[in-house]
Every structure is written in C-alpha cells, then in structure tokens.
Design a protein around this ligand. Structure first.
Ligand SMILES: C[S@@+](CC[C@H](N)C(=O)[O-])C[C@H]1O[C@@H](n2cnc3c(N)ncnc32)[C@H](O)[C@@H]1O
Length: 234
C-alpha cells in the first residue's frame, strides 16, 4: 500500500498554504461553487478550502489513511468522503465539476487505463461540466534522471528519507520512515508520465479543451513542472 505511513506525515512534507490558494484560485477562474467531485483528494487541503468557499464537495481517495487526515479537517462535516479507486466511479451519479489535482493523474499507470478513466470521468459530468486536472510535465523525466534526495526528522522523532528518480517515462518516489521504536517502513510509489500530444487526442474524444497551461500561468505546453488542463464536456 502507498500513502499508508506517509499519510500521517504528508502535510509535514508537502503542505504549502500559498500553493493551496493558487490551486483554489485556478479552479475558481473556471468554475463557481457547484456540485464537485474531487478525485484523489489526499489530505484534503484543497478539498477543505473549496468547501469553505461554498463548493458542494464529494471527495475520494484510495488511501483510507489519507481520507482520515482529510476528514479531520472537515470539522463542520460538510464534505462527503469515500475510500475508493478513482478509476471506478460507478457508485456516483453526476457532477458539475470533477477535479484530480497535484499529479494524482500520474498514478494511473497505462495508456489503456488513462483512456478508460477519461471516459469514466466524462460519463459522470453534467452537460457542459468541467474536468480540471494536472500532470507531471515531460521535463520531470530529465529533472530526476539524477536521483533527488531529502532527509529529515519529524517532530515526533521519526526520521525519513525521500528520493525521486526517473527512468524513461516512469517516476519513482521512494520513502523510508525510521520510527522512534526502531522500526523501518518503506513505501515505493510509481507514477507514469504521459506525452501531452497523445493525451490531448484522447481528451478531445469527450471534451472541448478550454485551456492547457504550464505551472498555473504559462500558456500552453512549456518547460516547467506540471501541465494544467481545463476541459468542458462535449
Ligand atoms: C500526490 S497526492 C495528491 C493529493 C491531493 N490531490 C492534493 O492535492 O494534495 C496523490 C493522491 O492520489 C491518491 N491516489 C493514487 N492512486 C489513486 C487511485 N487509483 N484512486 C484514488 N486515489 C488515488 C493517493 O492515495 C494520494 O492521496
């Protein structure tokens, strides 16, 4: 399992309030508060902000531990949470907007699954509904050809090592947690990077492409970390 031990430390590692505001602003540029499904909601930072702004949010994640973190932030109990795979949405009716943020899309590991996922999302959107997501850019492949490493110690005394490396279009994120009781726990994450030209062709079967940007503000596909897609259901 991934996002298991990591779930308890996820916010310590990556929480960034300014970035969360950028995500919320980006979403708000295209969709006003509406019936929204957030796929792979993680620890719920963006989820909670959207809910506070009046979006009627349903959120899901494959990791029960991540959903637990997200639920703890929803003190008013306004968000409906589910622990489930985002590739199967058959238990849901339809939404005005579907979101899949922060490179969660890249956890889908084959072109066949991506094609089926895009179709599944479109089938759970209302007419003219929006699908907003981002992916790792192609530049990530060269960026992590040489392994990147971070080590540190969390407040509770747990040490960690986080490394990212790439091999062709695969991105590997490896975590080792050194618990205060002497136990060591590892998590190995695998992500796949997709060619935006191929992806756009797939998306056009079900969606009108409203915009594709790099790193929130650069128009089109450019050098950067992430591509941002805004799509309207045909
Ligand atoms: C990088 S985190 C991003 C979390 C969140 N979207 C955010 O903005 O912080 C990726 C998340 O994707 C979830 N995930 C990976 N594969 C999934 C799947 N098939 N279905 C649902 N969630 C998935 C993981 O459990 C994790 O919480």
């Amino acid at each position: 399992m991934i996002y298991n031990t990591l779930a308890g430390y996820y916010d310590c590692l990556v929480k960034d309030d300014e970035a969360t505001q950028d995500w919320v602003k980006w979403i708000g540029k295209y969709v006003s508060p509406c019936k929204t499904l957030e796929l792979a909601c993680g620890s719920g930072e963006i989820t909670e902000q959207l809910s506070e702004k009046g979006y009627q949010v349903t959120a899901l994640d494959l990791s029960a531990q991540m959903v637990e973190q997200a639920k703890a932030k929803d003190v008013e109990g306004k968000i409906e949470f589910f622990v489930q795979d985002m590739k199967d949405l058959s238990n849901f009716s339809s939404f005005d907007t579907i979101l899949c943020l922060c490179d969660s899309f890249n956890y889908i590991l084959s072109k066949e699954e991506i094609s089926a996922f895009i179709k599944e999302v479109s089938e759970h959107l209302n007419e003219n509904g929006y699908f907003l997501f981002d992916t790792h850019s192609l530049d990530r492949m060269s960026e992590f050809e040489e392994e990147w490493n971070e080590t540190g110690i969390f407040e509770d005394g747990c040490g960690y090592q986080w490394s990212i490396s790439s091999e062709q279009d695969w991105l590997y994120q490896d975590f080792a947690f050194y618990l205060p009781n002497g136990e060591m726990i590892q998590e190995h994450h695998l992500q796949k990077i997709y060619d935006p030209a191929w992806l756009e062709e797939e998306l056009r079967q079900y969606f009108e492409i409203v915009s594709v940007d790099t790193d929130f503000i650069l128009p089109g596909i450019q050098e950067g970390e992430k591509y941002f897609y805004v799509l309207r259901k045909r």
